[in-house]
Design a protein around this ligand. Structure first.
Ligand SMILES: NC(=O)c1ccc[n+]([C@@H]2O[C@H](COP(=O)([O-])OP(=O)(O)OC[C@H]3O[C@@H](n4cnc5c(N)ncnc54)[C@H](O)[C@@H]3O)[C@@H](O)[C@H]2O)c1
Length: 309
């Protein structure tokens, strides 16, 4: 199979490239990535000889046509992803996440791809006051980031319904693990704690997130790529719901640092209180997370200490 992985130089994308090379010997992997601040060629350093790397923009038809040429399938990780940045500059999120996804879908339709996996997020459901959202629940995004991702999901579904493009969508919870850009909570707090710097926790710190180890997400996306049904959406969660304060304390404890480093700062605008998703559908497809949360968090801390650069 010749597989296009867009956004493959970013956090989840580069872990997925490695996963595919390890699990599917003989696959021809093409990575298309714009190399924004969040994507780094170095994230793929050890696997560059085994892939074709194209630096380009998913919003640019020529870049997409070049990278998708001859591919059987595509997985779209490329996106602007940081909620705080979407509050100060929503335009780049609409451009890449909505318009860029449209350029990819259109190219996939013209090139008759056998599978297109759109990587979405659980944030499209909005805050879960009780229970957990399943794939049939309505979308209620709060931030420009999640609204742009909801737009991409809807467009992807429309390409299945209207044109029969075999699209599947994954919606995962918060990922953590190696190669995440240190603006996101876990790598940011690991590096700040290591340096004895203050850890800025939004508001009371009682907001709840479900943490998923990135390698488990990669195996779920692989399953959706190969066995997921066209037109279907699959939630992928780690089953590790923790308050932001709890995860901060765990990181401090792993680094033997005092909780005095915690600093409560003004809350994020439109901050969702709790994300929670029902993952029975992906489990029925045969997936379950392999990693224990505590082991994965310890491995992640060790990785950042060894790979600060
Ligand atoms: N990280 C999470 O916790 C999480 C959770 C749920 C869903 N997701 C989704 O997973 C996907 C990957 O997330 P991530 O955390 O790896 O993101 P990331 O920010 O680490 O990486 C994004 C990658 O996309 C590339 N990119 C950005 N704009 C591009 C463009 N116009 N053309 C080509 N490449 C471009 C960047 O250079 C980077 O390599 C995103 O779609 C995100 O919405 C992430």
């Amino acid at each position: 199979m010749k597989l296009l992985i867009t956004g493959g130089a970013g956090f989840i994308g580069c872990n997925f490239v490695r996963h595919i090379l390890e699990e599917h010997a003989g696959y021809d992997v093409v990575v298309l990535d714009k190399l924004t601040y969040a994507g780094r060629r170095e994230n793929l350093q050890d696997v560059l000889p085994d892939i074709t790397f194209v630096q380009g923009d998913i919003c640019n038809k020529d870049d997409v046509a070049l990278a998708m040429q001859g591919c059987d399938a595509a997985v779209n990780f490329a996106a602007e992803t940081h909620v705080d940045r979407s509050i100060t500059d929503a335009g780049s999120f609409v451009r890449t996440n909505v318009l860029g996804t449209h350029v990819l879908l259109e190219a996939a339709r013209k090139m008759c791809l056998e599978k297109f996996v759109q990587i979405g997020t659980d944030e499209v459901y909005g805050s879960a006051f009780s229970g957990s959202f399943n794939e049939f629940d309505s979308l209620n995004p709060s931030s420009p980031y999640s609204a742009s991702k909801a737009g991409a999901d809807l467009l992807s579904r429309a390409y299945f319904t209207t044109f029969g493009l075999p699209v599947s969508i994954t919606r995962s919870s918060n990922n953590f693990g190696p190669y995440q850009f240190p603006e996101k909570l876990i790598p940011l707090f690991i590096l700040r704690a290591r340096n004895g710097e203050r850890l800025p926790v939004y508001g009371t710190g009682q907001n709840v997130r479900d943490w998923l180890y990135v390698r488990d997400n990669c195996s779920a996306i692989d399953l959706v790529l190969h066995k997921g049904l066209a037109g279907e959406i699959y939630n992928i969660g780690g089953g590790n719901e923790l308050t932001n304060l709890d995860i901060t304390k765990k990181i401090l404890s792993l680094l033997n640092r005092s909780e005095d480093l915690i600093e409560h700062v003004g809350d994020r605008l439109g901050h969702d209180f709790r994300y929670s998703i029902d993952c029975n559908k992906i489990r029925d497809l045969g997936w379950k997370p392999k990693s224990s949360f505590e082991d994965a968090l310890r491995d992640t801390v060790e990785w950042y200490l060894k790979n600060e650069k």
